[in-house]
Design a protein around this ligand. Structure first.
Ligand code: ZN
Ligand code: ZN
Ligand code: FE
Length: 323
């Protein structure tokens, strides 16, 4: 056995990759000493507003070791890729992104777009996954505001499902599935929580998580790099408003996961429509929704209220946000 293992293992039953790495096991819950994301460490230095650093506990590497080879039946692959941390502000004590200025949020998004651009021409880079985990309730070990980037050598499973369904919808109807979902949400209206000129946010009809929010650009577009500067600015505003609402709707900061769903970096995915998904994890005050046996073992979610009610609560909370 290698001293350490970092590789992709193929699950032939579900037809998906699992990222295996024991480099990560040494991850401390809270690092001893100071915050590794504050300015002034060897890695962070000074004079930055937004900073991208390599993840010290990566699941993927630019030069991964050879995968374990003694398997007759099972398939493995090189864990080529990159895992990075995006530090969203030099200020340590920020509860969530809505506390940052719209200008700072715009800077974060601009840096992110630049980062996506870097990988468009790199052959192994199939997918740019941007995500944010927030709150100790869902296991976030570092409180300094940060999000993460995984540049993947494969298309993640959930995006694969979205691509498959939207491709077949487009073939049948000649329209974008996501555009039609946006239209349907707009015309029903009961689940829309925020709208500006260029973006719309709603708790979808088929919401999985209690406070699941989808944010869509109204223009049919696939990759973050397709967005123009006005769209970026308005997205910053949408995020600030929506997260303010999310953090006040239960009178207590909301733990959540946020992911960017965009098209793969190469190929033609005209039928796809980029969006952000936020999974607010509290059902009610202090009550966490767990993805447990039904959700993980069966793959189907249970929703303990109705999305329309939570959307109403969220709309009210957003009204009280002074943006
Ligand atoms: Zn810090
Ligand atoms: Zn569309
Ligand atoms: Fe999605």
């Amino acid at each position: 056995m290698n001293k350490y293992v970092i590789e992709l293992r193929w699950d032939p039953i579900l037809g998906e990759w699992v990222m295996v790495s024991n480099i990560r096991e040494k991850r401390p819950w809270q690092p001893r000493g100071g915050c590794p994301f504050c300015p002034g460490t060897l890695e962070t230095g000074y004079d930055w507003e937004v900073l991208i650093l390599p993840n010290k506990f990566p699941m993927l590497m630019l030069k991964p070791p050879k995968p374990t080879k003694h398997h007759k039946f099972f398939k493995v692959s090189k864990a080529i890729g990159e895992c990075k941390v995006l530090i969203e502000t030099p200020v340590h004590d920020v509860e969530d992104l809505h506390e940052l200025s719209a200008e700072q949020l715009t800077k974060i998004l601009i840096l992110l777009v630049k980062e996506v651009k870097k990988y468009l021409g790199i052959k192994w880079a199939k997918y740019f996954m941007f995500f944010r985990n927030k709150g100790k309730e869902i296991g976030v070990s570092l409180t300094h505001p940060h999000s993460q980037i995984y540049v993947l050598p494969f298309i993640p499973n959930k995006v694969m499902r979205e691509l498959k369904n939207s491709r077949s919808y487009f073939k049948r109807k000649g329209r974008c599935l996501f555009c039609d979902v946006i239209d349907a949400e707009k015309s029903e209206g009961t689940r829309v929580i925020y709208e500006n000129n260029l973006w719309i946010a709603f708790i979808p009809f088929f919401s999985h998580w209690p406070f699941e929010i989808h944010i869509y650009p109204k223009r049919h577009t696939q990759l973050l790099t397709d967005l123009n500067s006005t769209e970026i600015k308005e997205l910053a505003l949408a995020l600030k408003t929506v997260l303010c609402g999310l953090n006040s709707v239960l009178g207590k900061p909301m733990p959540y996961m946020m992911v960017l769903h965009q098209s793969p970096l190469k190929g033609n995915y005209d039928f796809y429509h980029l969006h952000l998904e936020i999974y607010g994890a509290f059902r009610s005050i202090g009550k966490l929704k767990y993805a447990a046996s039904m959700e993980h073992g069966g793959g189907n979610f249970t929703y303990d209220d109705v999305p329309e009610e939570n959307a109403k609560r969220l709309r009210e909370a957003i009204k009280n946000c002074m943006i």
